[in-house]
Design a protein around this ligand. Structure first.
Ligand code: SAH
Length: 393
């Protein structure tokens, strides 16, 4: 077993059970891509078993902080069983949920979503890649399912120096699926959709939005960055009379339109605008339009903390425009899924946007990823998705 020694003082995060070690914290030692290494402090104390990522800034990702634990196929079966057991305790209002959420489930770099009877996995680290076959076997054994599609095409693969890989890892057949979320039917394609096919992390917020649209009597709704219209269906279910989905992806909007019909809503209550959100907000403003509710759910403007400053300006800009477009008493549902923007910073950005727009608001909701995308005590970076529901004053 290869050994990695951490520079004096740099062992602190591992001692606190944070699973990442950056390249600059390593004194000596190395390994092959994804190889399990023993990590020790400068004075030779065991710290963790970790996977080595030669090409990544995050050079080590800890599998276990228990010196007695062996990292083998049985280890992955245990961690996967634990992750599944946690989800069984949740009341998930869907037949699609996240089974494994990387670091939070003690499996850094591994994401597994379940859509009905189909599993979709992303192997986002050298360690997860190395154990792919054992992980695939454990997933099928633990779930009793037979279909596992690989979507190893996220940006993290590139940072890890791993090639894009997609396709059936186990089983085969149709990649186009229909799922149920709350009372709604939604379709997706695990081969082509964003992430593993759908944004499962917004499930709870979509339901809250439907309830809020009803509660506050919102009639006109602008759903920015709509993707396939999850929040649009929610708004229609909440009683909105006109919902506009805005996205720059034509195929996503086609699906949004199909979702309106699939859920029995009159197509006349929905418009799909294939456009840039920023330009759309400005155009609506110049036309004097107002909306009773606006959703802002942009893509990750800041993938890491290094992008935070530029991202902050981009978030502030769209939030400022949205505040100005809201009817009096209107509802803003605003999100950031950037790991590099902490919740308190996001709050400050939205506050600055309100100030610039000359608008104050009541925070009526604090939103985060659904519980099947868990946050853990030791891994604050897991708090990537945050949102605020704000009623214009
Ligand atoms: N709210 C969605 C998820 C949004 S993901 C849901 O609940 O499922 C972000 C979306 O923003 C993607 O669909 C992407 O196509 C879109 N997008 C990214 N940049 C954009 C831009 N400048 N203008 C419009 N849409 C954009």
């Amino acid at each position: 077993m290869k050994k990695i020694t951490i520079r004096p003082g740099k062992e602190r995060s591992l001692v606190k059970r944070h699973p990442w070690v950056f390249e600059s914290s390593i004194a000596r030692g190395g390994g092959d891509s994804g190889e399990t290494v023993r990590v020790e402090s400068a004075d030779g104390q065991f710290l963790a078993w970790a996977a080595f990522s030669p090409g990544s800034q995050i050079r080590l990702r800890a599998w276990s902080f228990d010196a007695a634990e062996r990292i083998d196929a049985a280890f992955f079966a245990r961690r996967i069983a634990q992750a599944i057991a946690m989800r069984k305790r949740l009341a998930i209002a869907s037949d699609a949920w996240r089974l494994v959420h990387g670091e939070a489930d003690g499996l850094p770099g591994l994401v597994v979503d379940r859509y009905g009877d189909t599993l979709v996995a992303q192997f986002g680290s050298a360690g997860a890649e190395r154990w792919k076959q054992a992980i695939a076997d454990a997933l099928l054994a633990a779930t009793g399912l037979t279909r596992l599609y690989e979507r190893s095409d996220a940006q993290a693969r590139e940072w890890e120096g791993l090639p894009v890989q997609t396709g059936w890892l186990r089983g085969d057949g149709e990649t186009a699926l229909t799922i149920r979320e709350h009372d709604w039917k939604l379709t997706l394609d695990v081969a082509e959709g964003h992430k593993t096919g759908y944004y499962l992390d917004q499930r709870d917020s979509r339901q809250r939005f439907a309830a809020a649209v009803r509660q506050y009597g919102c009639k006109t709704v602008l759903n920015c960055f709509s993707y396939t219209g999850g929040f649009s269906v929610a708004a229609l279910a909440g009683g909105a009379s006109l919902v506009v989905s805005v996205d720059s992806s034509g195929p996503a909007l086609e699906r949004a339109k199909a979702h309106v019909a699939l859920n029995g809503f009159d197509a006349g209550r929905h418009e799909a605008w294939d456009a840039d959100v920023n330009a759309t907000l400005r155009r609506c403003l110049s036309e004097g339009r107002r909306f009773d509710a606006i959703v802002l759910d942009p893509p990750k403007f800041a993938p890491t903390a290094a992008h935070a400053e530029r991202a902050a300006r981009a978030y502030k800009d769209i939030n400022r425009l949205a505040f100005m477009l809201l009817s009096d008493g209107g509802l803003l549902y605003t999100f950031s899924c950037s790991g590099g923007i902490a919740p308190d910073l996001f709050h400050k950005i939205v506050a600055g946007a309100g100030l610039d727009a000359g608008v104050d608001g009541y925070i009526v909701e604090r939103l985060s990823a659904a519980a099947d995308h868990p946050q853990t005590v030791c891994f604050p970076e897991g708090d990537y998705l945050k949102g605020l529901g704000i009623l214009k004053r």
